[in-house]
Each structure stands twice: as structure tokens, then as C-alpha cells.
Write a protein that binds this ligand. Structure first.
Ligand code: ARG
Length: 406
């Protein structure tokens, strides 16, 4: 018998991707190599997930710990870019898809597989991100998206097919939400959240307590940065990944990091999204505060536009595309001086910057003070204002002259 062709599948262990294994075998006659990415998501053991993939019919299942790579190759760029899509969402899913895809493509090459498959639906952003990343890394690979092909519309329909085809059906009553998570945070959609007027129920959150339940005493922490990358807490040097884990704890127990927003998906749909990203939002807050002190005014202002575009490009799935790299070129050139310390105060759902210091600080006491030490040259201001406003003043004079005509 001729050897079967191979497909590499992004596998999570959930119902959708489990059905995908069986679907790829039955409907596409392929050998399935499943890949589970460990990106800091909540789980009850990935070895069990691996065994499940094999029981469901995969010829091979890899569990790959991608956490260090995710942090050092992806969340580094994200923090330097203060990455917030639509000025709010710190991009947790959009950042994990490229690192997962990198491994899918590598494993496809290793096994000589011509196909890559994923379990994303046909109306989300994640399908776009997986497929765009695959195309950019190896345009010769072919993509299969079983969820877009199969006829099941509801979860019960999926369960029925699964049961009939020997795919294990989850027995535990799964929360009625669609969740994606990693160490940069959690995204929660669907269920009662689909009515934008419903307040998010408390049970959607696992990383943060509600601000009402948070301690009545503030908690302070100092975050150290080197060239724009977090490198320590309270003066103790730490790896970026450990800073993230620790800050998820500290910010989370103080009820900080929740978001509830209507977001524009790339496919044209507005969706109601809830997130909890305690460390991500605290770190971006701190990083921005340090930049405010260390970046020259025009660089800082120009960077705001670059940041917005960066977040959009990454949200749209073009991590491996040329514009992302070009924008990183600008951002890299701004970060050498973003070295120093920011003091954060967490209190009942808030995170406030209450102090900052840096050897690269452009804040000058002598220039800023209203005290006797003042070194600012007050006389030069009159001439400065005169020339700065000259073109507008010319316009105002002209307008005055023509007032009678109108
Ligand atoms: N809306 C977010 C994004 O597009 C989160 C998507 C999360 N996916 C999920 N299966 N819940 O990045």
C-alpha cells in the first residue's frame, strides 16, 4: 500500500481539534501529526492531551514548550511597541499564533508533510493569522481548515458526529464560552457575552479577582527595564518570563487587568470581547511611563502612530510580513534609552504609575522647576511664540481684513 500523505494539525485537545483528527483521516485520507503548543495556557496536563490525540488516531503528537520563545521572540517586540489593538487590547491571541505556526511549519518540513490544518472557525481572526503565517513562512504548503468544511453548526451536532466516529466527547460540562489563553492573558467570548448590554459574569475570569474583592490596602511594585524589555522586579534581576508570571499574580490579586470591549475583527464583524491581561496591561503602562521620561518629544509622538499600525498589522496576522519588520526597525532605534525603573501602585482594580527613574531621563529639574534653581531662559519664549505662531497670525490678520466682505 502506498504511504499516505501527511498533515500537521494545530491541536488543543478540545472537541473541535479532536474531531479534526478524525476528519482529516476519514475525509482527506491523511496521516495526522498533531502539535500541541505550550504557551502558558491553563491546562490539566499536556501529556494527557498528547495521549488523547494518539487515541483519536494521530500517528504522532508533539507537545512543544514554546513559552521562552514566545516571550523572548514575540512579547519583547510587543512590549517595545506598547501593542494595543484599537488602543485597548494587548493582542494575546494574535501574538501566540505566529509562534505556534513557526513550529507547525518546522514539523511539516521535518516530516515532509505537504499540508497544515487548524481548527479555527470561518469567521474569526485566528484562521487568518494561521494561514497568513503559513503562507509567509512556506508558500508551498497547503492549508486545510476542517471547521470551514464540515456541516455541523452547533456543539450538539459535533458531539453526535464525534460519538458516532469514536472521538472522545468531553463529559465535563464545559463553560459556555470560547476561551483562548496564554501567559499574556485570557480572551473570553460567546454565551451571555454576545448581548453587549450584559455585564460579564464573574465566572468568566480566572486570572483576576473582582476589584470589589481585592484587598483594601494598596500594593507597590517596581518594574525594571533594560532597552525596553522588563528585566527585574523590586531591584531583583529576573527573566522577562518570570516578570510576567509574577505580575500576573500581583496585578491579578488586586483586580487589575480586565477589559470589556467591542472589537473590529479583520473579517468585518464587530464582536464583544472580554479579556483579562493583568501583567500585559501593567507592563505596557509601566513601559509607556518610562518612555515618557526617556524619549525625545518628536520621537515619542511619531512612535504613537507606529505603535497603532504595529498592533493593527499583528492583529491582522502579518507577523512575518515586511511591514511588521519595517516598523520594528523604527521601534528598535528608539529603545536603547528605555532603561530604568517604574514604580506601580495596584489598588482595587487600578494600576497607577507613582514613580519613575532612569539614567537616560530627559526630565531636567533645572528646566522644569518653578523654584529659585530655575535655569529656563524665559526671555527667549516671547520670540519663540512670535515665530511659532507667525503663519497663523498672518492668516488671522487677513481674516480680519476680509470680515467686512462677508
Ligand atoms: N478577539 C481576539 C483576537 O482576535 C481573541 C480571539 C480569541 N479566540 C478564541 N477562540 N476565543 O485576537
Amino acid at each position: 500500500m502506498a504511504e499516505k500523505e501527511k498533515v500537521v494539525l494545530a491541536y488543543s485537545g478540545g472537541l473541535d481539534t479532536s474531531i479534526c483528527i478524525k476528519w482529516l483521516i476519514d475525509e482527506h485520507n491523511l496521516d495526522v501529526i498533531a502539535v500541541v503548543g505550550e504557551v502558558g495556557q491553563e491546562h490539566e496536563g499536556l501529556e494527557a492531551v498528547r495521549q488523547k490525540a494518539l487515541r483519536t488516531g494521530a500517528v504522532e503528537c508533539y507537545v512543544v514548550d514554546m513559552r521562552e520563545e514566545f516571550v523572548d521572540g514575540y512579547l519583547t517586540d510587543a512590549i517595545r511597541a506598547n501593542a494595543l489593538y484599537e488602543n485597548q487590547y494587548p493582542l494575546l491571541s494574535a501574538l501566540s499564533r505566529p509562534v505556534i505556526t513557526k513550529h507547525l511549519v518546522d514539523i511539516a518540513h521535518k516530516h515532509g508533510a505537504k499540508y497544515i490544518a487548524h481548527g479555527c472557525t470561518g469567521k474569526g481572526n485566528d484562521q487568518v493569522r494561521f494561514e497568513t503565517s503559513i503562507m509567509l513562512l512556506d508558500p508551498t504548503l497547503k492549508i486545510i481548515a476542517p471547521v470551514r468544511e464540515w456541516p455541523f453548526k452547533t456543539r450538539p451536532e459535533e458531539m453526535e458526529w464525534a460519538a458516532a466516529h469514536g472521538v472522545e466527547v468531553p463529559t465535563t460540562n464545559k463553560k459556555p464560552y470560547s476561551i483562548d489563553d496564554n501567559l499574556w492573558g485570557r480572551a473570553i467570548e460567546c454565551g451571555v457575552l454576545e448581548d453587549p448590554m450584559n455585564e460579564p459574569p464573574e465566572d468568566i475570569y480566572t486570572m483576576t479577582v473582582s476589584p470589589e474583592e481585592a484587598p483594601d490596602k494598596p500594593e507597590y511594585i517596581e518594574v525594571d527595564f533594560k532597552a525596553g524589555i522588563p528585566c527585574g522586579l523590586d531591584g531583583k534581576p529576573m527573566k522577562y518570563i518570570d516578570v510576567i508570571y509574577k505580575l500576573n499574580e500581583v496585578a491579578g490579586r488586586n483586580g487589575f487587568g480586565r477589559l470589556d470591549m467591542i472589537e473590529n475583527r479583520l473579517v468585518g464583524v464587530k464582536s464583544r470581547e472580554c479579556y483579562e491581561q493583568p501583567a500585559a496591561l501593567a507592563l505596557i503602562t509601566a513601559h509607556k511611563a518610562l518612555e515618557a521620561m526617556c524619549l525625545e518629544r518628536e520621537v515619542l509622538h511619531y512612535k504613537l502612530g507606529i505603535e497603532q499600525k504595529w498592533a493593527e498589522v499583528v492583529y491582522y496576522g502579518a507577523w512575518f510580513g515586511p511591514l511588521k519588520a519595517a516598523l520594528d526597525g523604527f521601534i528598535d532605534a528608539t529603545q536603547d534609552c528605555v532603561t530604568g525603573t517604574v514604580r506601580l501602585k495596584f489598588y482595587k482594580g487600578t494600576c497607577t504609575v507613582v514613580g519613575r527613574r532612569s539614567d537616560y531621563s530627559l526630565y531636567s529639574y533645572e528646566l522644569a522647576t518653578y523654584d529659585t534653581d530655575d535655569q529656563f531662559n524665559h526671555e527667549s519664549s516671547a520670540g519663540f511664540i512670535e515665530l511659532n505662531a507667525l503663519s497663523m497670525k498672518t492668516w488671522a490678520i487677513n481674516r480680519l481684513q476680509h470680515k467686512a466682505d462677508r
